[in-house]
Design a protein around this ligand. Structure first.
Ligand SMILES: O=C1O[C@H](COP(=O)(O)O)[C@@H](O)[C@H](O)[C@H]1O
Length: 267
């Protein structure tokens, strides 16, 4: 694949290949502005093409980086009623619990938007971890059947329009942690983990077959604490063995890394 460096305003470096783009921003503020435009442009594209836009959220620091979507011009121009919002992973806690990814997204993002409540798909917090994972997979199957979510002709998995992923300092994405056997799950779309190394221990998560069926993935990573994992994923010395989960992200469509300069400091 051909790689080239592009000079862009407010961006320290930008590297592209056919399917993978990496942009490094001088500040998290500049990253958030670019992420909002990227999301809005994809929303417009998919609302026109499909009549709806399926967006998958992560928890953690990603939600703060979406804040520019709450401001003009996007708050007024995006067709929010056509958005369908799901989560790539969720902690098995009540929806009003401080650890809930739903609560984080609702308080910091969704509560301020005119997205239809019926288009926001939280996990069922009354169920066990296994039950919640099965229930969420059933929800995905229903949304594929009624064509809200496309099906990938390659994998048969749900093909989300845009997946917004964060990454932990250890290189985990969703609730798929380094060295954990769930990174190799091939059959289930949604599974549960009961021994998460990061609290809380019980979570549900999309598996890599679903993550990697996405049309677009934005990987949003900020802060010096994540520079080592970024270096392993994007640096010159690439080893096929012992891949970090973030290195297993390889969508059918486009993968775009949004890095601030601290996260990119070891590249
Ligand atoms: O536990 C989780 O961590 C990751 C990364 O979070 P961050 O705060 O370091 O950005 C997040 O993407 C995931 O959804 C969440 O459950």
């Amino acid at each position: 694949m051909r790689a080239k460096a592009l000079p862009m305003a407010g961006i320290t470096t930008a590297t592209t290949t056919d399917k993978k783009k990496v942009e490094v921003f001088d500040s998290e503020e500049a990253l958030a502005a670019s992420l909002a435009k990227y999301t809005a442009d994809l929303s417009e594209k998919f609302c026109q093409e499909r009549g709806c836009f399926t967006v998958v959220l992560s928890g953690g620091s990603l939600i703060k980086s979406l804040r520019k979507l709450l401001e003009p011009p996007y708050i007024d121009s995006i067709e929010w009623s056509k958005w369908h919002v799901l989560w790539v992973d969720e902690r098995v806690v009540p929806k009003d619990h401080i650890d809930s990814n739903y609560k984080l997204a609702y308080d910091g993002f969704l509560a301020q938007l005119p997205i239809l409540p019926g288009n926001v798909y939280a996990i069922n917090d009354a169920l066990s971890a296994e039950g919640a994972a099965d229930d969420y997979e059933t929800c995905l199957k229903h949304l594929v059947n009624i064509k809200v979510i496309e099906a990938s002709p390659l994998s048969g998995c749900p093909k989300f329009d845009l997946m917004l992923l964060g990454m932990g300092p250890d290189g985990h994405v969703a609730s798929l942690f380094p060295g954990h056997h769930l990174c190799n799950e091939k059959e289930k779309w949604v599974t549960c983990i009961k021994d998460s190394p990061k609290p809380p221990p019980e979570r549900i998560t999309f598996t890599f077959p679903v993550i990697n069926s996405s049309a677009y993935i934005a990987l949003v990573v900020c802060g010096a604490g994540k520079a080592d994992a970024v270096q392993r994923a994007l640096g010159k010395d690439q080893h096929a063995a012992d891949l970090l989960p973030v290195q297993m992200v390889s969508p059918e469509g486009e993968l775009k890394w949004f890095l601030d300069k601290d996260a990119a400091s070891k590249l």
